[in-house]
Design a protein. Structure first.
Lengths: 281, 330
């Protein structure tokens, strides 16, 4: 009787652990399958032409130079606008208003913004920038991306500053430093690696974002550095080319997808390595 | 002692530059404080701005169609009649499919990572799963359209149709020709996309279960499964629900991956193999082509609905995770 019960429990346990192992393989399998199909379809199109020529009209040769440069510009602008706001807000939450009600509210809202649908951000920027100005522009795209950068940076900055031991701040304050100097010269330095990680994660996040760009920066078939005009970006070009009926456009879309994925994965691995080397010295 | 006093006197004599320097520091401190506070308030302002802009943009549509906007399924740009039920339905169905798959799989992976996995492999496997979250959604889209949908069209979908053809109830759920693209495909891709969120939060809350509790259960002779089911899971319940809601929030708002594979058909069909549409896919597809204020406004109204739904789901998720944090802290 007890032996029977024991074997039932053991069997149940074996089934459950088997499922757990299967689920893990399943999860890892997706990563492998997606990476393999990206390499399979994307590598063959990878050549210097991709980085030196403009997007082609259907049926002719071309590259992805203008969307690559466009993506770089949009991402850099977004990070330049979003990072200072994010770091300052994170600083307030961790340094000045650690226990204030404002901090609790901002943290709650920030966490929601962190996962809010990015297409809604695109709609918002369309409403406040594109519609009043009457035309799509790169700067509107950058603002939309910046709104996505801010919550990521706020979150990591606050987390990292909270990890800085209070003794450091107390020691600095005992030397007579005013609070602003304690924060910028002591706390920021101690938390620097973590804060850089946050910025890298934000870059990784926005460089693949498509939805907020669709009706802000739109797209541009030609070379343009004008911030007041529509600008091409890799995700938008991939979207357009992949859904087109032209084979050579689809091929370029795969190559673009490969470029984005590799750079985003590299960024997030670097960010993780940086964070890990910092938290476990 | 005397020397200190003497120095203090000397400095008092030269106190004007010193006072000025102190004043500058104090000013700088005050400015810095105000600036950081303003930045924090700006985060709130962004949220308020998003909500306000969406409401203002949605007003014309809501005024024209009233509550009917939420419950009618016509979507006709030519006659300028719009109703949101088809995209809302598609959003809910695809997210439900995603959660049905991602929650059990995510929990099992979390169980594997915390209880079964050799310690050396824990970090690499955890990171690999989290990298799934780092892949941009447009990549899932292009992969879903060119690789996954044709694969489903050849394998899973015909099998589902054949298996459930004569089962009452289920036959209409899996009816119709295998298109490849459709709500099931979108749901499956969403499942992969939210899996890392559910896994990593579940793993973290599983890890937070006091080792003493688990050891006590193991000491009584419990199997790994029994420890997970009867000790870890009840303890981590709030966190798991929070993580699930967080994943749900992501699934509801996901745009690009869904846009590629959903099929963009404005209709409510009982079969999950049929093409449909979601709120985000509708906006992404039609917004730049929308002609006329009412059309644009209807799309913005869709955005408002999406934002309200995800806001509520995410707020509930955060609230639960916050509660768990407090309990663990106490």
């Amino acid at each position: 009787m007890t032996v029977e019960l024991y074997s039932v429990r053991r069997r149940r346990n074996r089934i459950a652990t088997g499922f757990a192992l299967a689920a893990t393989t399943f999860g890892l399998g997706w990563l492998v399958v997606i990476l393999i199909s990206l390499l399979w379809n994307g590598v063959s199109g990878l050549s210097t032409r991709v980085f030196t020529q403009m997007t082609p009209p259907p049926g002719s040769d071309g590259g992805l130079l203008n969307p690559i440069v466009g993506s770089l510009i949009l991402t850099s602008l977004a990070v330049l606008m979003g990072t200072p706001i994010g770091i300052l807000a994170g600083t307030y939450m961790a340094e000045y208003g650690r226990h204030s009600r404002l901090t609790t509210v901002v943290r709650f809202i920030n966490d929601i913004l962190l996962s809010a649908p990015s297409i809604v951000v695109g709609l918002f920027v369309y409403e406040v920038m594109v519609a009043p100005l009457g035309h799509f522009s790169a700067i509107a795209g950058a603002v939309a991306l910046a709104i996505i950068v801010v919550p990521v940076v706020v979150r990591t900055t606050e987390d990292m500053l909270l990890l800085v031991p209070n003794q450091l701040r107390e020691a600095a304050a005992a030397l007579g430093m005013p609070r602003a100097v304690v924060v910028t010269k002591v706390a920021y330095r101690a938390a620097r690696a973590g804060m850089i990680t946050g910025v890298l994660l934000a870059v990784a996040r926005v460089s693949g974002e498509t939805a907020p760009l669709l009706f802000t920066a739109l797209n541009n078939q030609f070379w343009s550095l004008n911030l007041n005009a529509p600008m091409a970006s890799l995700p938008a070009v991939i979207f357009q080319f992949a859904l087109s009926p032209y084979q050579d456009w689809q091929k370029l879309a795969w190559t673009g997808a490969l470029i984005i994925t590799l750079s985003v994965l590299a960024l997030s691995i670097i960010a993780r390595a940086l964070a890990a080397s910092r938290t476990s010295p | 002692m005397a020397e200190v006093a003497w120095q203090g006197e000397r400095m008092g004599a030269a106190s004007l530059p010193r006072r000025r320097a102190l004043h500058r520091l104090r000013l700088g401190d005050g400015v810095f404080r105000v600036v950081t506070r303003a930045a924090a308030i700006m985060v709130l302002a962004v949220l308020a701005g998003v909500i306000a802009a969406l409401i203002v943009g949605a007003l014309p549509a809501l005024r024209t169609f009233g509550v009917g906007f939420l419950v009618t399924d016509r979507w006709n740009p030519v006659t300028q009649k719009f109703g949101a039920i088809a995209p809302i339905y598609g959003t809910l169905v695809t997210s439900a499919i995603a959660m049905l798959i991602a929650v059990p799989v995510g929990l099992l992976i979390a169980m594997f990572l915390t209880e079964l996995c050799p310690p050396m492999l824990r970090r690499p496997i955890g990171v690999a799963i989290e990298l799934l979250a780092g892949i941009p959604s447009i990549i899932y889209g292009i992969w879903g359209l060119f690789v996954f949908a044709p694969f489903l069209q050849r394998t899973l979908q015909p099998a589902l149709i054949d298996t459930f053809r004569h089962v009452p109830g289920l036959s209409s759920l899996f009816a119709g020709p295998p298109y490849g693209i459709g709500m099931l495909t979108a749901g499956l891709i969403l499942a992969v996309m939210v899996l890392p969120f559910i896994t990593s939060i579940s793993r973290d809350v599983f890890d937070a279960v006091p080792a003493v509790l688990k050891e006590a259960a193991y000491g009584l002779g419990c199997t790994t499964w029994e420890v997970t089911r009867y000790v870890v899971l009840p303890f981590a319940r709030v966190g798991v629900v929070g993580g699930t809601m967080l994943g749900l929030g992501r699934a509801l708002g996901e745009t690009m991956a869904v846009t590629f594979v959903i099929g963009n058909a404005h209709r409510v069909s009982s079969s999950i193999l049929a093409p449909g549409t979601t709120i985000s896919a509708t906006i992404a597809n039609e917004f730049t082509e929308a002609i006329g204020d009412l059309y644009t406004s209807s799309l913005i109204a869709l955005g408002l609905i999406l934002f309200v739904i995800t806001f509520l789901v995410l707020a509930a998720a955060r609230y639960m995770l916050l509660r768990l944090e407090r309990r663990l802290g106490a």
